[in-house]
Design a binder for this molecule. Structure first.
Ligand code: NAD
Length: 470
C-alpha cells in the first residue's frame, strides 16, 4: 500500500472520529464484541495461518499466548470499561474550595499500531483492544514475516469493521516507515530496539505520542536459596515456548557457581520430558525463517569458536532436519561478555549459563547492561529478593517463574530504557490511549475572585493566610 492510500485511510478515520469524538459505552462494547466474535469464529484459521508462516507453530501455544490472551483481555475490558470511562473525582486544593476537580478520559483520535511477527495476533490485537475501548479509531500494520496471517487478519477485520473503525495495512519495512511517518494521534510500536529508534524519530516529526514495546536481553537469576530443579524446569518451559522467540523469554541465566552442573542436568531432563522428540513434534515451534535459523546457529558457533561449550539437547537417535528449522535447545557454558550471544538479544532456544560467586555480582552484571524488558529471580531468601527488586530496573519481574507477569490484567506491561517507553494491558492500556483531561469546575463563590488587581492590603492578607495553611 502506498503513502497516499495510508494517508487517505487516516484522513477517513480522522473525519469519522470528528463526527463521533466520544463514543458511548455501548458503541465501544459492541466493537469489542465484534473482535471477540472474530476470534471465536476465526481463531483456528488464524492459528493455522500463523503455523504455516512459521513452518510449524504449536497450535496450543497460539491458543494460549495469542487467542486466549486477547480474549481474556477483551473479557476483562468489557467487565471494567464502564468504571474506567467514568470521570474520576479527585480532591481539590484547599485554596480553590469549594470548586471541584475531576479527570475525564477522552479518546485521542486515530491510533497506529505496528506489530512484529513473533506473536502476530496478540501484538496486533491486544493494543487494538485497549485503543478501541478508549474510543479510538485503529490502523494496524502487522509484520511482513507472517504474510499469510497478516492477509487473513486484514480480510477478517475488513468483514467485521468499517475502514473508519479499524483497518489492517499490509506491507514490509518500507510500508512500516511510511505508516510511522503519518500524523497519528498515538503511535504504538512493538518490535526491535533498532527499529523502535527509527519509529520514535518519525513520530517526533509529527509530535505524535509514541509507545515503544521493544526487546533486549532478559536475565534469570538463581539465588543460592533457589530450588534448582524447579527453577530449571520453569526456565526451560518459558525459554522453549515459541522456541525462544519471545520478547520476555529468559535470555541468559546467572547462578551460583556451585549450582551450575545441577542446573544443566535438570534443564536437560526438563527439555527431554517436554519434548521426547523435536522434529516430528507439533509442540516444538520452528524458527520463523532461514535467516533467523542461520543467525542463531552463527551465534552458537561464534561462541564455540571463542571457547564456549555448547550443550545441544537432542532426543536419542534423532538427527536434526534443518529444513524444519527446529533448532536444538542449547545451553552455552563459559561464554564471554564480548561474544555476540552476550551482546545481542538471542530470540531463540540458546541459553547462556553464567556462574557468579556472590549475589552482588549478579546484580552488578545486570546493572552494567541496558535495562531489560523482564527480569526473573528464583529463590526463597526474602531479604535477597528485596535486594534484587529494589536495586535493579527492569520492565517487569516474575519471581520464581518466568513470563507470567505479562498475563496479569492488573499489571502494566512495558519496558524501560532500551527495552521500551510506556506500558499497556487492562486499565493501563485504556489510559495509555486516552487523553486524561483534567477539569476544574469553579463554584459560584470563589476565593480567587478576591485575588485580582489592583493588589493591595486584601491580597496580602489572603496570601498570608494561605501561606500559613500550606
Ligand atoms: P522489527 O522491529 O524488525 O519489526 C517490527 C515491525 O516494524 C514490523 O511490522 C516491520 O515491518 C516494521 N518496520 C520495520 N522497519 C520499520 C521502520 N523503519 N519504521 C516503521 N516500521 C518498521 O521486529 P521483529 O523482528 O518483527 O520482532 C522482534 C523484536 O520485537 C524483538 O526484538 C522482540 O524482543 C521485540 N518484541 C517486543 C515485544 C514487547 O512486547 N516488548 C513483544 C514482541 C517482540
Amino acid at each position: 500500500m502506498d503513502a497516499s492510500c495510508i494517508a487517505a485511510l487516516l484522513a477517513r478515520q480522522r473525519e469519522a472520529f470528528a463526527h463521533e469524538p466520544y463514543p458511548s459505552l455501548e458503541t465501544r462494547l459492541a466493537r469489542l464484541r465484534r473482535l471477540q466474535d472474530l476470534l471465536e469464529r476465526d481463531g483456528d484459521r488464524l492459528a493455522q495461518a500463523i503455523s504455516a508462516d512459521f513452518g510449524n507453530r504449536s497450535l496450543h501455544e497460539t491458543a494460549i499466548a495469542e487467542t486466549f490472551f486477547v480474549l481474556a483481555g477483551i473479557a476483562h475490558t468489557r467487565r471494567h470499561l464502564k468504571r474506567w470511562m467514568k470521570a474520576r473525582r479527585v480532591a481539590t486544593s484547599f485554596h480553590s474550595l469549594p470548586g471541584t476537580s475531576r479527570i475525564l478520559a477522552q479518546p485521542v483520535g486515530a491510533v497506529g499500531i505496528v506489530s512484529p511477527w513473533n506473536y502476530p495476533l496478540q501484538l496486533a490485537l491486544a493494543p487494538a483492544v485497549a485503543a478501541l475501548a478508549a474510543g479510538n479509531r485503529v490502523m494496524i500494520k502487522p509484520s511482513e514475516l507472517t504474510p499469510g496471517f497478516s492477509a487473513l487478519l486484514a480480510e477478517r477485520i475488513a468483514q467485521s469493521f468499517a475502514l473508519e473503525e479499524c483497518v489492517v495495512v499490509q506491507g514490509g519495512a518500507d510500508v512500516g516507515r511510511t505508516f510511522a511517518s503519518q500524523p497519528f494521534d498515538h503511535l504504538f510500536f512493538t518490535g526491535s530496539t533498532a527499529v523502535g529508534r527509527q519509529v520514535a524519530l518519525a513520530a517526533a516529526a509529527n509530535l505524535t505520542p509514541v509507545t515503544l514495546e521493544l526487546g533486549g536481553k532478559s536475565p534469570a537469576i538463581l539465588d543460592p536459596s533457589a530450588d534448582v530443579g524447579q527453577a530449571a524446569a520453569r526456565i526451560a518451559a518459558g525459554k522453549l515456548f515459541n522456541a525462544g522467540q519471545t520478547c520476555i523469554a529468559p535470555d541468559y541465566v546467572l547462578l551460583p557457581r556451585a549450582q551450575r552442573d545441577a542446573f544443566t542436568d535438570a534443564y536437560r531432563q526438563a527439555v527431554l520430558r517436554m519434548y521426547p522428540r523435536l522434529d516430528d513434534n507439533p509442540d516444538y515451534t520452528s524458527i520463523v525463517n532461514e535467516r533467523h535459523y542461520q543467525r542463531l546457529q552463527n551465534l552458537a558457533s561464534e561462541a564455540e569458536a571463542g571457547g564456549a561449550r555448547a550443550l545441544r539437547i537432542s532426543p536419542a537417535g534423532e538427527m536434526e532436519r534443518p529444513q524444519l528449522r527446529k533448532l536444538r535447545p542449547t545451553l552455552l557454558l563459559d561464554v564471554q561478555p564480548g561474544m555476540a550471544v552476550m551482546r545481542e538479544e538471542i530470540f531463540g532456544p540458546l541459553l547462556p549459563v553464567i556462574p557468579y560467586d556472590t549475589p552482588d555480582e549478579a546484580i552488578a552484571f545486570v546493572n552494567a547492561r541496558p535495562r531489560p524488558l523482564a527480569l526473573y529471580w528464583f529463590g526463597k531468601d526474602a531479604a535477597r529478593q528485596r535486594e534484587v527488586l529494589t536495586r535493579t530496573v527492569a520492565g517487569g519481574m516474575t519471581v520464581n517463574d518466568v513470563l507470567l507477569h505479562i498475563a496479569q490484567e492488573n499489571l502494566p506491561f512495558g519496558g524501560v530504557g532500551e527495552s521500551g517507553i510506556g506500558a499497556y494491558h487492562g486499565e493501563y492500556g485504556f489510559r495509555l490511549f486516552s487523553k486524561e483531561k483534567p477539569v476544574f469546575e469553579q463554584s459560584r463563590w470563589a476565593g480567587s475572585d478576591m485575588l485580582r488587581p489592583p493588589y493591595g492590603a486584601q491580597a496580602e492578607r489572603i496570601l498570608r493566610v494561605l501561606r500559613k495553611l500550606v
